[in-house]
Design a protein around this ligand. Structure first.
Ligand code: GSH
Length: 143
């Protein structure tokens, strides 16, 4: 199998997408972290967009996490999706259901946070239930 190096950053969710695919497939790989606030020259030279993840495959460099996962799916054993088209379609339907049925959380209550405080502002009478700028035209500073 090819020699894989995942050029990464610990906090990047796109890196995690590629790392999870590699781990789920049991593919061995090296991981090299880069400092995105001070990108090294070798990274700038091989990363077309200056973003992680990159997957080095021998002398080739792949970028875009979805493209990396697609490449891994096609070239390494242990498919992440069922090969049978009917089972694959059923999985996609389930994934879609997850997004539209279970993953949307609508907050019924949201309390405003405090962004500043003063004891001299008048005309607002804000409670924790009001919009931050409720009746803003009437606000005035007490002399
Ligand atoms: N569409 C890309 C997004 C990758 C991305 O945005 N990576 C971020 C870190 S999470 C990055 O490298 N940012 C550095 C920069 O934009 O300078 C993918 O799926 O791989």
């Amino acid at each position: 199998m090819a020699d894989f190096t995942l050029v990464s950053h610990d906090l990047c969710p796109y890196v995690q997408r590629a790392a999870i695919a590699l781990a789920e497939k049991g593919v061995g790989f090296r991981r090299v972290n880069v400092d995105l606030s001070d990108k090294p020259d070798w990274f700038r030279a091989i990363s077309p967009l200056g973003k992680v993840p990159l997957l080095r495959v021998g002398n080739d460099v792949l970028f875009e996490s979805a493209a990396i996962v697609e490449y891994l799916e096609e070239t390494t054993p242990h498919p992440l999706h069922p090969l049978d088209p009917i089972k694959r379609a059923a999985l996609f339907i389930k994934m879609n259901d997850l997004v539209i049925q279970n993953a949307v959380v609508i907050p019924v209550l949201w309390r405003n946070g405090v962004s500043a405080s003063t004891a001299k502002l008048r005309g607002m009478d804000l409670s924790g239930w009001d919009s931050t700028f409720w009746r803003l035209p009437y606000w005035h500073r007490q002399a």
